[in-house]
Design a protein around this ligand. Structure first.
Ligand code: DVN
Length: 275
């Protein structure tokens, strides 16, 4: 008997098995790639749809152009190495418009200030403007070698200095302070021992960025509760005054939180008499 002949079907079977294995591995790889691709672009798509739906509430803006300028800051970049300046083209695409005498800054009072500005048109915070409101509360970052926008596993606020989100808020805050004009207001927290922190965005960027040729005064509204932890004589507020450019007047007023809430829900009350 010819041994070569009897081995032939065995050889064929082995080749078929190898081919099947290779096909199975390839199929598995394709499935993994598709699932991964779909998940990743799902993150991009979800983020993009929030971006557009918020942006479109502001009429007369090219949201597609703004989205592209936004993306170029962080897409395909190390999420810990996005400098503030990366967002310069975004500021050019959606520049801030000055709302003299109505600009409101804040620190450690996020909820009370926005509850107030949502109800009354007296003051405008950064988060009421197009860029601020579009990105408020969102997390995003890119990755080297990818064109996606990620919303999970992004470096946090304290993980690295130049993280995607922090650099954005630093950059837009600088731009917002830069256009401030007239009498500007800042709502600070009177329920904590140190209402003015020099390392906060307000302390490190906005106060320093107020331009004396445009800004007449900075009026601090110190939001107090019944515990009366702090008042306008607080030492940190002296540091705030020292940071102000020469020529900008400074005022401080203690205002109970309940008074701000009442004024917010009473549209009849003129803005000027809220505090
Ligand atoms: O005037 C405002 C406004 O213009 C803004 O962009 O900057 C000023 C407020 O910034 P701030 O002075 O740093 O005030 P806060 O209260 O210290 O911080 C403001 C927000 O930044 C926080 O509410 C955090 O945002 P979030 O998580 O609620 O969406 C964020 N933030 C600040 N320090 C943080 C932090 N998030 C995480 N970890 C931290 N250490």
């Amino acid at each position: 008997m010819d041994h070569g002949e009897s081995r032939r079907p065995e050889k064929r079977r082995r080749r078929r098995r190898v081919a099947l294995c290779v096909a199975a591995v390839l199929l598995l790889l394709i499935i993994v790639a598709v699932v991964l691709g779909v998940t990743l672009s799902k993150e991009t798509n979800q983020f993009q749809s929030v971006f557009f739906s918020r942006c479109e509430k502001f009429k007369g803006h090219d949201c597609q152009k703004i989205w592209e300028a936004f993306q170029q800051a962080y897409v395909n970049q190390d999420p810990c190495d996005v400098p503030m300046e990366a967002y310069d083209p975004l500021i050019t695409a959606a520049p801030f418009k000055p709302t003299c005498n109505r600009m409101m800054f804040w620190s450690k009072t996020k909820d009370v200030v926005h509850e107030f500005t949502e109800k009354r048109d007296c003051f405008v915070t950064l988060e009421d403007t197009l860029l601020g409101s579009v990105l408020d509360g969102l997390t995003w970052c890119g990755k080297e070698g990818s064109s996606e926008t990620f919303t999970s596993d992004c470096p946090g606020w304290t993980d690295c200095e130049n993280n995607t989100v922090r650099s954005f808020w630093n950059r837009v805050s600088a731009a917002y302070a830069d256009i401030a004009c007239g009498d500007v207001t800042a709502m600070l927290n009177g329920s904590i021992a140190v209402p003015f922190s020099p390392t906060s965005i307000f302390g490190s960027i906005e106060v320093k960025g107020l331009n004396a040729t445009r800004v007449k005064s900075l009026n601090v509204v110190l939001v107090t509760d019944e515990k009366n932890v702090t008042n306008c004589t607080n030492a940190s507020l002296k540091d705030l005054q020292k940071e102000l450019a020469e020529g900008i007047k400074y005022n401080c007023k203690e205002v109970p939180e309940t008074q701000i809430q009442e004024c917010g829900s009473n549209p009849q009350k003129p803005c000027g008499s809220c505090w």
